[in-house]
Design a protein around this ligand. Structure first.
Ligand code: AMP
Ligand code: AMP
Length: 375
């Protein structure tokens, strides 16, 4: 018979495995998990096996043929006392339905995925939070300014089109009829991606870090003088190639913080009761008037956080130790385990078979807040 764990003692991270798909931000997530005392598992395709095995903080790898086979491994994952930490590859390679149907313990709230995956609902969410968004056009005939045509789903900007006017749309975008897309006013400014963490245990919001993307070829067009571009049929494309760190003018930081708070607040109205928690990112363009226009929200860890595996200037303000977003996630899971509140950080679909949970009793003084190590 398994030993019951005393309520006051909480549960120990080393008894649990943090697992994720081997891509996107998996190295950051697993390094953070190891630093917080968890056992770690990378689920990889044969192509990635040697890479992930080469890192000492990856305790085990599970090799599967294709990432899309991942849901078939649910029994195996549950046997291993796994807590899944999702990232962009979950959205890119698994369907929303498959993703939601899995019952392996999962960090985050899957209810938010329905709002995030549908660009119209996403827009409603962000507008309800009082954030500024680029104008949206529903019919080509309405286009009265340059627009960007964006396909649904996280594909790293692949297939996005810059369209100058309604005629240009007819020429360049007619092949999109079969696809789901939106047309957004093109905002000229600096793309700033703000990485947040909202703790359901402490109720606190933190800005973890920020990046700007480096996209091909749009970020390279300025390297060719415009006079030399003339007569050359150059079309901007937005395929993400990498990320660069950025620190925001401090007078804009309060606005960035308020935007994060507003998004979390409204998420509780649209996905009662728990709303959005954990890591998320607001993807903005900042204009010369220093106004943030929201392009999108990602309701999980984004790959731009990979710049800050050793912490960022912002995380350093809250923590006197390297605190990546991946490690912050593991810290939250650890704090939840130690205070017997694991259910507060997992999706409700999480089937806790084989997990020995004592009854959840509110602990009064919950857990240490940002900046205070859990042990
Ligand atoms: P991957 O497993 O590399 O194909 O990543 C899955 C998805 O995450 C991609 O389709 C992109 O949308 C997104 N992604 C991956 N790497 C980055 C990055 N460095 N910056 C921004 N988005 C990324
Ligand atoms: P997204 O998939 O929404 O994160 O957008 C990917 C990239 O497309 C951004 O990093 C921008 O370079 C570009 N982009 C998206 N929306 C807009 C917009 N409304 N105006 C200008 N550029 C945009």
């Amino acid at each position: 018979m398994k030993k019951k764990i005393a309520k006051s003692a909480g549960q120990q991270p080393q008894l649990f495995t943090i697992a994720t798909l081997g891509s996107h931000s998996a190295l950051q997530i697993l390094k953070g998990a190891k630093d917080e005392g968890f056992h770690t598992l990378a689920v990889v395709t044969p192509h990635n096996e040697r890479l992930y095995k080469s890192f000492a903080f990856v305790d085990e790898v599970l090799v599967i043929d294709r990432y899309s086979d991942f849901p078939n491994y649910e029994p195996e994952l549950n046997r291993r006392k796994v807590i899944l930490v999702p990232h962009g590859s979950f959205v890119a390679y698994l369907s929303l339905r498959e993703h939601k149907a899995m019952s392996t313990p999962y960090f985050g709230n899957k209810a938010v995925l329905d709002w995030e995956a549908d660009r119209m609902r996403q827009r409603e969410w962000l507008l309800r939070a009082g954030l500024k968004m680029p104008r949206q056009f529903t019919r080509a005939g309405e286009i009265d300014r340059p627009v960007i045509v964006k396909l649904y789903g996280a594909h790293g900007g692949r297939g996005y089109l810059f369209v100058k006017n309604a005629d240009d749309f007819g020429v360049r975008a007619s092949h999109l009829v079969e696809q789901q897309y939106i047309m957004q006013e093109y905002i000229i400014g600096v793309p700033v991606y703000i990485h947040y963490f909202y703790s359901p245990l402490t109720g606190k919001l933190e800005i973890m870090s920020m990046d700007r993307r480096y996209e091909s070829n749009v970020d390279s067009l300025g390297r060719i003088p415009s006079a030399d571009q003339e007569g050359w049929d150059l079309k901007p494309s937005y395929v993400v190639i990498g990320n660069q760190p950025i620190s925001l003018r401090e007078s804009l930081l309060a606005e960035a913080f308020h935007m994060g708070e507003a998004v979390v607040r409204v998420s509780r109205e649209i996905c009662p009761e728990r709303g959005l928690f954990g890591a998320f990112c607001l993807e903005t363009i900042v204009t010369p008037e220093a106004e943030f226009y929201l392009m999108e929200i990602s309701a999980r860890i984004v790959a731009g956080t990979n710049l800050f595996i050793d912490g960022s200037p912002y995380s350093y303000l809250n923590y006197d130790e390297p605190m990546s977003t991946g490690r912050r996630i593991a810290r939250e899971i650890k704090n939840a385990l130690l205070s017997n509140s694991l259910d507060l950080v997992l999706d409700q679909s999480s089937k806790l078979t084989g997990f020995e949970f004592p009854e959840i009793v509110p602990t009064g003084v919950a857990v240490s807040g940002p900046g205070v190590p859990a042990n």
